[in-house]
Design a protein around this ligand. Structure first.
Ligand code: ARG
Length: 256
């Protein structure tokens, strides 16, 4: 009798797992299937980059988080945000560990070797932050021979590393570079304009030099040849055209 019961149970078990896998469900709640039944898309970011992504009340908020949420909604996915070091984002996207990366990320030729980018959704520039008092840096030309803080693996890091004779201090967070600047350990910090403004608003005694570098475009990165890229572009371009992207940006950046 026992044998019969276990045989029946085994058959039932196989049938149920076959049904589930055929329907595309997964037993692991982490990989697929949210409460609402929508599939999840994992977004890699580095949430120390206000106003694009930062943690508030235990949640990742900001321009990128909001655009990503609308984008995923429109495509019928549930967004899951994975916060990591900035220089871990491209490897995570390229290896398929996450579905896409969105992190105020500048499109560069070098990055295009490892990932694909959507169309840009906004633009920015690198700027130089210095201490208001006793700064030996008045423009980019003065960076030579100085100690300059950057966030590891960013375009700021790339630019500063190209300056002759500069001592580059690489931080895993832009805010740590700014802290070191306010403590007199650095002559300058090079970082994207909007986070620079957020930092100077929050810290007394530092200022942004009016000598920006060239324009950069921010876009979402995806695994090479991902079928999601075209879908993202279609929705992203709709969201740009109907003013949604602008409204989200204006909510976080007051440019007056
Ligand atoms: N735009 C710069 C880059 O792509 C900096 C981005 C840093 N982003 C961040 N979430 N920490 O390299």
């Amino acid at each position: 009798m026992k044998k019969v019961i276990s045989a029946v149970l085994a058959v039932l078990f196989c049938m149920t797992s076959m049904m589930f896998s055929a329907c595309g469900f997964s037993a692991s709640p982490e990989s697929k299937g949210s409460a609402a039944g929508a599939k999840k898309l994992h977004m890699a970011t580095n949430a120390a980059f206000e106003p694009y992504e930062y943690v508030e009340g235990g949640q990742v908020v900001g321009i990128d988080a909001e655009i990503a949420r609308v984008l995923c909604d429109k495509l019928g996915y549930t967004l899951v945000i994975d916060d990591m070091d900035f220089d871990a984002i491209i490897p995570a996207v390229a290896s398929g560990k996450v579905d896409f990366g969105m992190a105020g990320m500048t499109v560069t030729e070098e990055r295009k070797q490892s990932v694909d980018f959507t169309d840009p959704y906004t633009s920015s520039v690198q700027v130089i932050i210095v201490n208001e008092k006793n700064s030996k840096v008045a423009s980019a030309d003065d960076l030579a021979g100085k100690t300059v803080g950057v966030q590891l693996g960013t375009t700021g890091d790339i630019f500063v590393s190209d300056v002759n004779d500069v001592k580059v201090e690489r931080f895993s967070k832009g805010s740590d570079a700014v802290l070191a600047l306010t403590q007199g350990e650095l002559d300058a910090v090079v970082i994207d304009k909007d986070p620079a403004e957020a930092f100077t608003d929050q810290n007394i005694g530092i200022k942004i030099l009016n000598d920006p570098f060239e324009r950069e475009e921010y876009a979402i990165c995806l695994k090479k040849d991902s079928e999601l890229t075209e879908k993202f572009n279609t929705v992203l371009n709709d969201l740009k055209a109907d003013g949604t992207v602008d409204d989200i940006i204006k909510k976080y950046i007051n440019d007056n």
